[in-house]
Design a protein around this ligand. Structure first.
Ligand SMILES: Cc1cc2nc3c(=O)[nH]c(=O)nc-3n(C[C@H](O)[C@H](O)[C@H](O)COP(=O)(O)OP(=O)(O)OC[C@H]3O[C@@H](n4cnc5c(N)ncnc54)[C@H](O)[C@@H]3O)c2cc1C
Length: 292
């Protein structure tokens, strides 16, 4: 059943300080809304429990990308279009730029924010494997001050997070240390645009002296939360890429994920596809390494 607008209150205090004060006054009563591309789906379906919404849209403190010497700080209110169009994001963090390009359609990319994707906590969220691979750090803010948290710790289970009721994500910090890595990402869905992933993957690797010196692989839609494939990484690291290693990596990847059957796909399909994607990434990485 659709919701009745008369049942809802929406305020837009216009500054980050004012929003966190409101959240602190009555923790849990006000639901932040940024682009609204997740919140409004629940509103339209009549399943949004919150009745009081506080807008984060276009807060200047959340809508900026700061490029420092050793890191980039992305405001949580930056949209996918902001990310796609940013030169340093495109050049140094291509996995995030490609996730931004294939999230929803253009209208969605103009409204949907990175902070919203993180807090909405869908296992199928497209930008989250990239954040795992780049080992992102989250900066959380409340009237109690700021705290920093590794993104990998943030999702504690299906749709659960470490965000306190009076806190916001202010920014997402990525270290600028991935020059020289080969990157690989794929989204497998029912079609190329406007489809939630059946499986998505983001990966980085670097070959030195003929062996895999560093490797990072993360996947979405294969477990209750987006996950790093740590066992697969361990199988591969320190070895030269050949057919036998690719087979072992494929088996390790399929062994460590926990996919389910749901309306979009089956566990068996997700396992088979993820194995294929890991193999494709490693074969490409091996070919890149040989051409160095
Ligand atoms: C048509 C359509 C297609 C879509 N396609 C994709 C897709 O391909 N891939 C994909 O990953 N997602 C997709 N989505 C989901 C959605 O667009 C993303 O998850 C988006 O990033 C949500 O951002 P938002 O700003 O719109 O979040 P909102 O809807 O405003 O908020 C979502 C949640 O995050 C919280 N929140 C937002 N910002 C903050 C903050 N700074 N601090 C604390 N809490 C915050 C809100 O309280 C709410 O709980 C799609 C949605 C639609 C409607």
């Amino acid at each position: 059943m659709r919701s009745d607008p008369a049942d809802y209150e929406l305020v837009a205090p216009g500054s980050l300080t004012a929003v966190v004060s409101l959240l602190a006054d009555r923790p849990g009563e006000w639901l932040p809304i940024a682009g609204g591309t997740d919140v409004m789906v629940r509103y339209a379906a009549g399943t949004l429990p919150a009745r009081k919404l506080v807008s984060l849209w276009n807060l200047p403190e959340l809508r900026r990308i700061d490029v420092l010497d050793d890191a980039i700080s992305i405001g949580a209110g930056c949209t996918y279009s902001d990310l796609r169009e940013h030169e340093i994001v495109a050049r140094e963090f291509p996995l995030l730029a490609s996730a931004a390009r294939w999230t929803g359609g253009i209208a969605n990319q103009n409204r949907g924010t990175l902070g919203g994707n993180i807090v909405n906590a869908s296992p199928a969220a497209d930008s989250l494997p990239a954040l795992l691979v780049y080992e992102a750090e989250l900066i959380l803010v409340s009237t109690r001050g700021e705290r920093r948290l590794q993104y990998v710790e943030f999702h504690t289970g299906y749709k659960t997070t470490l965000l306190a009721a009076d806190e916001l994500i202010r920014s997402i910090c990525l270290a600028r240390r991935f020059a020289g890595y080969s990157s690989y990402s794929r989204k497998v869905g029912a079609r190329n645009a406007q489809a939630i992933s059946k499986v998505c993957i983001a990966a980085l690797g670097r070959i030195a002296g003929g062996v895999v010196e560093d490797l990072r692989i993360a996947a979405g839609s294969v477990a209750p939360v987006p996950m790093r494939l740590g066992e697969t990484e361990s199988v591969v690291k320190g070895n030269a890429i050949d057919a036998a290693l690719v087979s072992r990596a494929r088996r390790a990847a399929v062994g460590e994920i926990r996919p389910i059957d749901d309306i979009r796909s089956t566990a068996a399909y997700r396992s088979a596809v993820l194995g294929n994607l890991v193999a494709e990434f490693l074969l490409g990485l091996g070919a890149d390494g040989h051409s160095e």
